[in-house]
Write a protein that binds this ligand. Structure first.
Ligand SMILES: Cc1cc2nc3c(=O)[nH]c(=O)nc-3n(C[C@H](O)[C@H](O)[C@H](O)COP(=O)(O)OP(=O)(O)OC[C@H]3O[C@@H](n4cnc5c(N)ncnc54)[C@H](O)[C@@H]3O)c2cc1C
Length: 398
């Protein structure tokens, strides 16, 4: 890849490096390095810094406030972000609903929503899954009934990441029971402060509150908040799932984790030296790194296709499968590197509430919660089994 960079690309890389080195707040970088939960205000602070530089949404076109970068520049930007301890991007705004709004929304919706997604001022969450509708999403039952210039929404959504801190939710609702299931779904943007919305925490295996079950009781949503046509929501949802899977490879994040793993292995003692010196263990890290490099090139191939004006098809599912498997493998290797110090499970250590001395080395506390939560990566965004079905049917034609 390096060989293909033009002088302009290399200069751009230095520009991004210098910017991040000068502007990433030290306290945020320290929290990321230690694996602490990064709260909404800190993520908004970093987003605002990127926004002021014009870099809040690398993939957005200039006319909507993006930098209008080509695939190479986007790649370089992500690459540099992973070199530093920058916080993970929350995907729902800039990566998901933003592109949906500028692709399918009307002018009023673009004017109303896009600027605040860019600044990070308004946070979004995704209301797709329901207790009986996950993989089989088209069977969703949350109902929206037209009442004059409003829809009245009733139902239950589940696994809603960040719903308890989100300002808006993009939601799939049933507006018709006629015809095929997919043909009766509409796409609504709903203000989370609307009376009748009640998110209840789901505490995940890492002991943290990321997820929610959200109840909707007689929630009145203005018709003007519907994206596109009534009963065409499935088309928009599929577009958005494509975006979700494209970003879900998270090559940058895995590179950050490889760096951290190498550092931990370098500090852990083993057989008279460090664990990083052990040929077997070093070989296992190298193995994952090779898979990560292969994934990166696959990702670049998709970006190049997109840049050439050829829409990415169902083969994007490969990114999701490999990306999440690699992430899980990295957490497994990290847990192994820590040995006994991986065992004490004290998520409180990652919060300001913890007053005791750290258990084990500084880098240990975050690893078990991350290992545990990463089990979910092969489930969300469409489970890996479903991705394999898509590849079998739509790519291989089996
Ligand atoms: C951490 C986390 C965060 C999430 N965040 C959100 C969010 O913000 N918003 C949102 O709307 N949803 C969210 N989800 C929900 C997620 O999209 C669903 O969990 C996922 O689509 C799977 O659906 P399900 O849980 O109902 O499992 P099911 O669909 O019931 O599947 C159960 C198992 O059966 C397998 N399976 C199902 N059908 C098939 C088939 N046809 N062939 C082979 N195997 C099959 C699945 O792979 C899985 O292993 C989140 C989930 C998690 C775990």
């Amino acid at each position: 890849m390096e060989l293909a960079f033009s002088d302009e690309d290399l200069a751009f890389r230095e520009e991004v490096r210098t910017f991040v080195a000068d502007n990433l707040p030290a306290d945020i970088a320290e929290s990321v390095r230690r694996g602490r939960a990064i709260d909404k205000l800190d993520i908004q602070r970093w987003q605002r810094i990127l926004f002021d530089r014009g870099w809040a949404a690398p993939a957005w076109p200039v006319e909507y406030g993006g930098p209008g970068w080509d695939a190479t520049k986007r790649y370089i930007f992500d690459e540099v972000m992973s070199e530093f301890d920058t916080p993970e991007t929350i995907p729902f705004g800039t990566l998901m609903v933003g592109p949906l709004i500028y692709t399918f929304g009307n002018q009023a919706q673009k004017d109303r929503f896009l600027p605040k997604i860019l600044t990070g001022e308004e946070w979004w969450c995704q209301g797709y899954s329901e207790p009986g509708s996950g993989s089989d999403l088209a069977s969703l039952q949350t109902k929206a009934v037209r009442d004059g210039e409003h829809y009245v929404v009733n139902g239950t959504k589940t696994w809603n990441s960040s719903a308890h801190v989100a300002d808006w939710v993009f939601c799939l609702v049933r507006t018709s029971n006629e015809g095929k299931q997919q043909e009766g779904i509409s796409f609504l943007l709903i203000d989370m402060t609307t009376p009748g919305i009640d998110p209840k925490p789901i505490i995940s295996i890492d002991g943290a509150h990321h997820l929610n079950m959200t109840y909707y009781t007689d929630v009145r949503v203005p018709v003007e908040n519907r994206i596109g046509e009534e009963n065409k929501g499935w088309t928009y949802a599929k577009f958005l799932l494509g975006h979700e899977r494209n970003s879900i490879a998270e090559v940058g994040l895995s590179k950050q984790r490889v760096r951290r793993l190498r550092k931990i292995a370098g500090e852990e003692q083993f057989g008279g030296g460090s664990l990083a010196d052990d040929a077997t263990y070093a070989g296992r890290i190298a193995n994952v790194e090779i898979s990560l490099t292969a994934l990166e090139y696959l990702n670049l191939r998709f970006l190049a296709e997109e840049a050439a004006g050829r829409p990415i098809g169902p083969e994007v599912s490969m990114l999701k499968i490999k990306g999440t498997e690699i992430r899980q493998k990295l957490t497994e290797l990290t847990i192994e590197a820590l040995g006994y110090y991986a065992m004490p499970f004290e998520p409180e250590q990652l919060t300001d509430r913890w007053n005791e001395p750290p258990i084990g080395p500084d880098h240990a506390a975050a690893q078990m919660p991350q290992y545990l939560f990463s089990r979910a990566a092969t489930i969300y965004g469409g489970s890996n089994e479903i991705q394999r079905n898509i590849i079998a049917k739509m790519v291989l034609g089996l």
